[in-house]
Ligand binder design. Structure first.
Ligand code: PMP
Length: 400
């Protein structure tokens, strides 16, 4: 007899991207496919010093079971980190530490989504969120975006029409879109949360990765200016993209009644995030290393983003349309088909592998009808020379 798996698994397909990743092991491939930061940029010395300090100063706490809410010194450091970015009135008790922000998204889904509930997400949005919310039976509705993030007038219509359980947004340097929600639209989103009494989830793993001017303040920071909006806002943060994804340290700020339920669910899931990782992260932040680390990663990714943009313009010309990223890890591009070039992301991805370059087609990032001409290119892990080489290969694939 076959194993009788839970019905909920029928809501998620194994991702098309996974198939592509299998091909990445091919020797010599230049990959723009992953969502990873560059491991060559990890502050190994700083993390070594922080973990040594954790073991020297509080070995008991760092190696023992801990509170589900998180390691208190880390909660204090994270509250201070957010305060340094303009967030007012979030005490250490107003956040919980999660095992990556991915777990925060899972806890949001677990505490809020019943099968059949409507949930609004950007089109396109983070693939793992689509899959996670669907696992809980969410009926996803895509809200269109442009260069300034989600189109708020359309968002309001969709909220009024569907009365969703929650709206999930990546307002700053979205994955995959790279788009950043304008200040004006941010305020409007917070007003919509209050007007329609709808939970807004702000997923913000990329906000610190800006290249020139800082992006507008987070929805969480702005919520102090929009009365009542904090009662509807969930904010997910992460050390993954700036420090290390392997630490699995993320956090979540939410209204107290939601946070309490999330803690209950987390208790039955992983009991707590690794105390050793939390103590290490706490010492790292306390040692004051973050500003230098951020300056370093911003500078390196800025150079790579520029190199990728320049190469795309010179090698692909009008066959591709994109906005030069001002932060994050991704170029989101659209094939125009100009001059008879290929205009299908999936087909191009297959051809590109043959030419020795990999990227992720855009279609899987849409919860509804996909834009098949889109692609996501990560500039994070290849150096400038390989970026130029990879884009030249992409141009060959496009014209093959
Ligand atoms: N949200 C977004 C938009 C992401 O791109 C990622 C990582 N790819 C995550 C959440 C999860 O990151 P982590 O669990 O490592 O914090």
């Amino acid at each position: 007899m076959p194993i009788a798996f839970a019905q909920r698994l029928n809501q998620v397909e194994t991702s098309a991207i996974r198939e592509l990743f299998k091909l990445l092991g091919k020797p010599g491939i230049i990959s723009f496919a992953g969502g990873f930061p560059d491991s060559a940029m990890f502050d190994v010395d700083g993390i070594r010093a922080a973990s040594a300090a954790a073991l020297a100063q509080e070995p008991g706490a760092a190696l023992q079971y801990g509170a589900t809410e998180g390691y208190q010194p880390l909660r204090e450091q994270l509250a201070a980190f957010m305060a340094s970015k303009g967030v007012q009135g979030v005490a250490p008790e107003g956040l919980i530490v999660t095992t990556g922000s991915q777990q925060a998204l899972d806890l949001v889904a677990k505490t809020l989504i019943d099968p059949g509930d409507k949930v609004i997400v950007e089109a396109p949005t983070f693939l793992a969120t689509i899959q996670c919310f669907r696992l809980y039976g969410a009926d996803l509705v895509g809200a269109p975006i442009d260069g300034d993030g989600v189109q708020v007038d359309r968002l309001e219509q969709l909220i009024a029409e569907h009365r969703p359980k929650l709206v999930y947004l990546i307002p700053t340097f979205g994955n995959p879109s790279g788009a950043t929600l304008s200040l004006e639209r941010r305020k409007k989103v917070l007003e919509l949360a209050v007007k329609y009494q709808t939970v807004i989830v702000e997923d913000d793993p990329y906000g610190d990765l800006y290249f020139g001017e800082a992006p507008p303040p987070s929805l969480l920071a702005l919520s102090s200016q929009v009365p009542g909006s904090r009662d509807w806002l969930v904010h997910c943060g992460s050390l993954s993209k700036v420090l290390s994804p392997g630490l699995r340290v993320g956090w979540m700020v939410a209204p107290p009644e939601l946070l309490a339920r999330a803690v209950m669910c987390k208790q039955f899931s992983d009991a707590h995030t690794s105390t050793f990782a939390q103590a290490t992260a706490a010492h790292y932040l306390q040692a004051g290393r973050m500003p230098a680390t951020l300056a370093n990663v911003r500078a390196v990714y800025a150079e790579r983003a520029q190199a990728m943009g320049d190469a795309l313009r010179s090698e692909l010309g009008d066959a591709v349309d994109f906005v030069q990223p001002r932060g994050g890890l991704f170029v989101w591009a659209r094939l125009t088909g100009a001059g008879g070039a290929l205009a299908d992301g999936n087909a191009l991805a297959k051809r590109a592998i043959d030419k020795g370059v990999a990227f992720v087609p855009g279609a899987p990032f849409f919860c509804g009808a996909p834009d098949a001409a889109t692609l996501r290119l990560s500039f994070a892990t290849a150096d400038v020379v390989r970026i130029r080489d990879g884009i030249a290969r992409l141009a060959q694939a496009l014209r093959a």
